[in-house]
Design a protein around this ligand. Structure first.
Ligand code: F6R
Length: 244
């Protein structure tokens, strides 16, 4: 595991941008796995700038997002489909049918998990971007999710709902369920890039790097992957540095 420590979130974004740029130059028709949440926003700004400067192009790229809330359609401002439009897709040139995300309003959610999983099985993600939950989740794979899991319906933990409540008017508006890529889908990516920003991630980062590889802490599985880069700001690296 390659661990890069940065001074601040801006530097995290710039270094991650370089990794994306390298990937897209090496393989213009790359398949990217992308995440939502506060962590990747500065990186998405850099990707937008890079594509406007013609340093990178998304014209041949396919994107698969990690997860989507159940019950929110793509026009709902809290859906992850909307998030992706607002923070990236509206500002880059990408084919409409090259962006993939689970449909959280499908009539048959189990069928939707199969559909998304079949799509994932028909491709190979070249570069998978991840954030990290305070409880160690990757995607919405909450603690005790099997490492063999594929795309599935998940009940969100209270901790995850609480942490995501800043984006909603009230805690009651936060969906209780989501569809997420499974851990085996994530691990199947050729290269994984995990970003963590802020002191509230310091314990999770410590556990990811030093704790046991255990389903109780889903992110720990990344230690078994041959090509993982973790990029941290100073705050997220606080505990790993104390131990050194
Ligand atoms: C988002 C996702 C989650 C987030 C994680 C961190 O698509 O799958 O695993 O990456 O919850 O969220 P932030 O970045 O908001 O701290």
């Amino acid at each position: 595991m390659n661990i890069i420590q940065c001074n601040d979130s801006k530097e995290v974004a710039l270094i991650s941008y370089r990794i994306f740029k390298e990937q897209l130059i090496k393989k213009p028709n790359s398949t990217l796995g992308l995440a939502t949440g506060s962590t990747p926003i500065l990186l998405y700004n850099e990707l937008i700038k890079g594509s406007q400067l013609n340093e990178i192009s998304f014209k041949k790229v396919n994107i698969f997002n990690l997860d989507e809330y159940v019950g929110l359609n793509s026009e709902h401002k809290n859906s992850y489909a909307f998030f992706m439009k607002e923070y990236l897709l509206n500002f880059i040139e990408i084919e409409d049918n090259h962006f993939h995300i689970p449909n959280g309003t499908a009539c048959d959610l189990i069928e939707e998990c199969h559909r998304y999983n079949n799509l994932l099985s028909s491709t190979k993600i070249d570069l998978q971007l991840l954030g990290l939950g305070e409880n160690g989740h990757i995607g919405f794979n909450e603690p005790n999710t099997s490492f063999d899991s594929t795309t599935h319906l998940v009940e969100l933990t209270e901790n995850t709902r609480k942490n995501n409540s800043i984006y909603f008017k009230s805690i009651n508006d936060i969906p209780t369920h989501a569809i997420t890529m499974g851990i085996s889908n994530i691990i199947n990516a050729t290269k994984i890039l995990l970003l963590a920003i802020g002191e509230n991630k310091a314990e999770a980062v410590y556990n990811l790097i030093n704790g046991p590889i255990d389903v109780k802490f889903p992110g720990s599985i990344l230690r078994n992957h041959p090509d993982v880069t973790i990029i941290l700001d100073k705050e997220a690296a606080t505990l790993i540095n104390k131990v050194k």
